[in-house]
Write a protein that binds this ligand. Structure first.
Ligand code: SF4
Length: 409
C-alpha cells in the first residue's frame, strides 16, 4: 500500500448498486447461526466454522470457505451476504498513519471509517484505532461536521456497522508487521445513541471471543448528548467507555454547536454522564472540538471547569478539522493550552489531541460530502452568515430559537 496521500481504488462496483435484502453474515452470533443450521438439518458445529471464516479467515466470499460443503455454501449464500458493503475508496494521509475508507452500501449510500496507526513509543505498545459510523448521515446537524451538513439518511444495520471493522481487520492482516486492531471508537458518521439497539449488538459482537474478541475497555461509544440513551446504557452497566461530545458548556453556545442541546441541555447531559460514571466506576471522556473565537474563550473554559469539577471525567481537546462551509477555523495551540490549563487548575485531567488526516478531510463525512457535490455558492454564503450571527448571539448568552433537529426524538 502506498505511504503517501492520494486516492486508492480498492474495488469498484459496475453499474448501479442494487439494494440487497439478505442480512449480513457478520450480524449473526453463534446461537443464531446454530439455529439456522439445525432448522435445515445441518450440524450445529458448522456455525463455528462459519464464524471463524467471517471473523478470522482469509476468505473474501462464502464460496471461498472451503471448510463448508458446496451445497451448504450455496444455501448460505442465498440467505446471507458475506459483506454488506463495497470498500470503494481508501485515502491515506499522515505518511500512511491515517487511512480513511469510503464504504458503499447495497442501496448506494456511502459511509466512512478511519483507521489511525499510532507507532510504539516511550514504553507504550503500538495502537491501531478504528473510528466507525453508526448511521448513514446524521440528524444532529453539528455545523462544524461534514456529516451534519449532509443530513440524516438512515440507521445502519448491525452487520453494516461490523463490516467496517472487518474491512479494517483485513487491511491490518495484509501488513507485514503483525499489526492488529487495538481500539474501536463509535465516532464516525451518525449519533450512536440514536441507533442504540444496533450499536449494542455491534459492541456485543466486537466483544465476543468467538467473533472479534476485543475487550470492552478498548471500545468507546460517543454521544452528542442523548440523555435517555445514556440512562439506558447506565442501567445496562457496560464496561466500554462513554464519551460525550460536549464542545461547549454554555447552553446558548451549545444550542448552536450541538443542536441536540435544544432538546437535552448540557446540565442534563452531564448529570446523566455523572450518574453513569458513578454507577459503572468508569471515567467518562468529554471531547471539545476547539473552534477559534467560538468556544475557546476563558469564559468557556471556566464554564466547563465548573460543570465537571469533582467528576470522574477526562477532557480531550481537539483542534477543529477544517470544514469548508463554516466561518470557523481551529483554535491556535497557545489558546488550546491556555484552555487546558484552566481545566487542570481545578483538577480535571486534560489531553490535547492532534487532529488526524487534515489533507484528506478525516473529519467524518468529508469524503461523502465531496462525493455529494459542492452546494451552490449562495447556499454556502447564507449558511456562513447564519452561523456567524448565531455564534455572535450565543456569545451574548442568547438561547437559540431554532427548533430541535427533526429525527432526534
Ligand atoms: S459531530 Fe457527530 S453528532 Fe454532530 S452532526 Fe457530526 S456525526 Fe452527527
Amino acid at each position: 500500500m502506498a505511504a503517501s496521500p492520494g486516492a486508492v481504488a480498492l474495488r469498484v462496483l459496475d453499474g448501479k448498486p442494487v439494494s440487497d435484502p439478505r442480512p449480513g453474515l457478520s450480524g449473526l452470533d453463534l446461537a443464531s447461526l446454530e439455529a439456522w443450521l439445525t432448522a435445515r438439518g445441518e450440524p450445529a458445529f458448522r456455525a463455528r466454522q462459519i464464524l471463524d471464516a467471517v471473523w478470522g479467515g482469509s476468505a473474501t466470499s462464502i464460496a471461498d470457505v472451503t471448510t463448508l460443503p458446496r451445497a451448504l455454501a450455496t444455501t448460505l449464500d442465498e440467505a446471507f451476504r458475506w459483506t454488506t458493503m463495497v470498500d470503494e475508496t481508501l485515502v491515506l494521509a499522515d505518511a500512511g498513519q491515517t487511512e480513511k475508507a469510503l464504504h458503499r452500501l447495497s442501496d448506494g449510500y456511502s459511509i466512512e471509517s478511519v483507521l489511525m496507526h499510532y507507532p510504539a513509543r516511550a514504553g507504550r505498545k503500538a495502537r491501531h484505532t478504528l473510528c466507525i459510523s453508526s448511521q448513514a448521515g446524521c440528524a444532529v446537524g453539528c455545523p462544524f461536521c461534514a456529516t451534519g451538513e449532509l443530513g440524516f439518511t438512515r440507521d445502519l444495520e448491525t452487520a453494516e456497522i461490523l463490516d467496517q471493522v472487518r474491512s479494517a481487520v483485513a487491511r491490518l492482516k495484509a501488513r507485514e508487521d503483525g499489526a492488529h486492531l487495538t481500539n474501536i471508537v463509535f465516532m464516525g458518521m451518525g449519533e450512536p445513541l440514536l441507533n442504540l439497539d444496533r450499536v449494542l449488538e455491534s459492541v456485543e459482537a466486537l466483544n465476543d471471543p468467538k467473533r472479534l474478541g476485543l475487550g470492552a475497555r478498548h471500545i468507546t461509544v460517543f454521544t452528542s448528548g442523548v440523555v435517555p440513551g445514556i440512562r439506558r446504557l447506565t442501567a445496562l452497566g457496560p464496561q466500554f467507555t462513554l464519551a460525550i461530545s460536549i464542545h461547549a458548556a454554555r447552553d446558548a453556545l451549545r444550542d448552536v454547536l450541538v443542536p441536540l442541546n435544544r432538546r437535552w441541555p448540557v446540565a442534563e447531559v452531564v448529570a446523566a454522564a455523572r450518574d453513569h460514571a458513578v454507577a459503572t466506576g468508569r471515567r467518562v471522556s468529554y471531547e471539545v472540538t476547539m473552534i477559534g473565537g467560538a468556544n475557546d474563550t476563558d469564559a468557556d473554559a471556566d464554564a466547563l471547569a465548573n460543570l465537571l469539577r469533582g467528576d470522574l471525567a477526562h477532557v480531550n481537546l481537539i483542534p477543529m478539522n477544517p470544514v469548508a462551509h463554516t466561518p470557523w477555523t481551529a483554535s491556535s495551540m497557545p489558546v488550546i493550552e491556555a484552555f487546558a490549563a484552566r481545566l487542570q487548575a481545578v483538577g480535571i485531567p486534560v489531553t490535547i489531541r492532534r487532529n488526524r488526516g487534515q489533507e484528506i478531510g478525516a473529519a467524518c463525512g468529508q469524503l461523502a460530502a465531496e462525493r455529494a457535490g459542492e452546494p451552490a455558492a449562495p447556499a454556502v454564503a447564507w449558511r456562513r452568515k447564519r452561523l456567524e450571527a448565531a455564534s455572535a448571539k450565543a456569545l451574548l448568552g442568547e438561547r437559540s430559537e431554532e427548533p430541535v433537529p427533526a429525527g432526534v426524538d
